[in-house]
Design a protein around this ligand. Sequence first.
Ligand code: NAP
Ligand code: MG
Length: 491
Amino acid sequence: MAKKENTVEDSGFLTDWKYAPAPEDNKHIRLNKKYDLFINGKFVKPVKGKYFDTINPATEQKLAEVADADEKDVDTAVKAAKNAYDKVWKKMPAKERAKYIFRIARLMQERAREFSVIESMDGGKPIRESRDVDVPLAANHFFYYAGWADKLEYAFPNRNPQPLGVAGQIIPWNFPLLMAAWKIAPALATGNTVVLKPAETTPLTALKLAEIIQESGLPDGVVNIITGHGQTGAAIVNHPLVNKVAFTGSTDVGKIIQRAVAGTNKKVTLELGGKAANIIFEDAPINQAVEGIVNGIFFNQGHVCCAGSRLFVQEGVADEVIRKLKNRIEKLIVGDPLDKNTDIGAINSKEQLLKIQDYIKIGKDEGNDFYQSSCSIPSKGFFCRPTLFINTAQSSRVVQEEIFGPVLTIQTFRTIEEVIEKANNIPYGLSAGVWTDKGSKIFNLTSKMRAGVVWANTYNKFDPASPFGGYKESGFGREGGLHGLSGYLNM
Ligand code: NAP
Ligand code: MG
């Protein structure tokens, strides 16, 4: 009798469970036809009157039009932020500032469902992610930094911490609301004012955040949110009244920004790309590790800078891990982001889907063993099946370059020295994961990994109190925790 490959005992999961659709209701969502720029506490039209569409990547349908800010609009926003800084925000007692940040957190919690649904509609991520991860974490960042606002002297004793002025903040499309929270909350807590630009494909939750900010009574001009394209971001970076640039996005744009601010006295933090190693030792709890691998790369369609996109498995367990992984990804549900059963939602844009498909072709052409789930995907919208490249070489492009999609490369190793060398042999250094039963191995490895975050026996865990950031081409500076305050202070 042929061996039954995928049983409950083997993988720890039920196999052929059929789920009825469980879509999250979106009838309560009210979107405007057009969104203007949030400048000086009001929604204002862009000077040139230009707008662009934001679409739902799961249906390819237009959700709304958003304003396309040009240099003049950026100038108005930066001047509003500068004025609010000089006249109101830097003079306000820190404990009063904290109350506004706290209020924003509370309002976000009250409207959590609305935020989650819009996040999934605009960006394509599964509702489970936006509901259980993005939105609660975003609110927690505001709560956490509200607590620091009047304790900066304790955070940095004897250093007389002072705000910088206007912070220009530019964020990507993979965690739209969460990245806005990572940026705005510490800036406000440290007494700075803000001009923030969300990514062009995911502007809606930032604009909803603008509504909350208005409702919170935050003084006009303290936070300004403007939408647009790359040039809008560049105009923020280059504006002479901007004192600090905080950027999360690609390494290529990070380099442009660094060149632009060279020779100015602007402070910069850059959170850039990644290509994390997820390392499984023979003594690891294999079923948990397989879940950790899945969570590390297929979570959020692989649109995660810290995604565990390079798997390293110790030789003795490689066959078992790969077999269980194949079985597990067969069971992942790819489809409607608003369905609560969906594991992998829509790829954020057509452009990104084409980029991922290009890399899949490159990986095949390089001769790597290819495996893709046979699951069905919707005929409309941008979707990609979970994909493995097995037995990849260290020099392979799919191993070296950031794909930013549900594509995992697999390599094997024999010794800890070998895996550390291979894991570090990459231009990036944002994060890593290690799975083993031995604490000593964890400490040995984490001290030698050139990665800002190393998770042990877990993956993709975030908390507002812990810092996050990269080495090498993954950028510099830390966001989150006490460390996240210092990027916004002169000391
Ligand atoms: P991106 O193209 O670099 O865009 C990021 C942001 O910068 C967007 O708002 C973008 O506007 C804007 N932008 C584009 N060109 C600009 C310029 N010349 N000057 C100033 N701003 C400019 O990155 P993405 O494709 O949106 O995001 C994916 C990348 O972000 C990945 O590489 C990922 O690893 C990285 N990421 C890193 C972290 C981290 O914490 N390290 C977190 C999330 C994502 P438009 O949207 O209008 O182009
Ligand atoms: Mg969109």
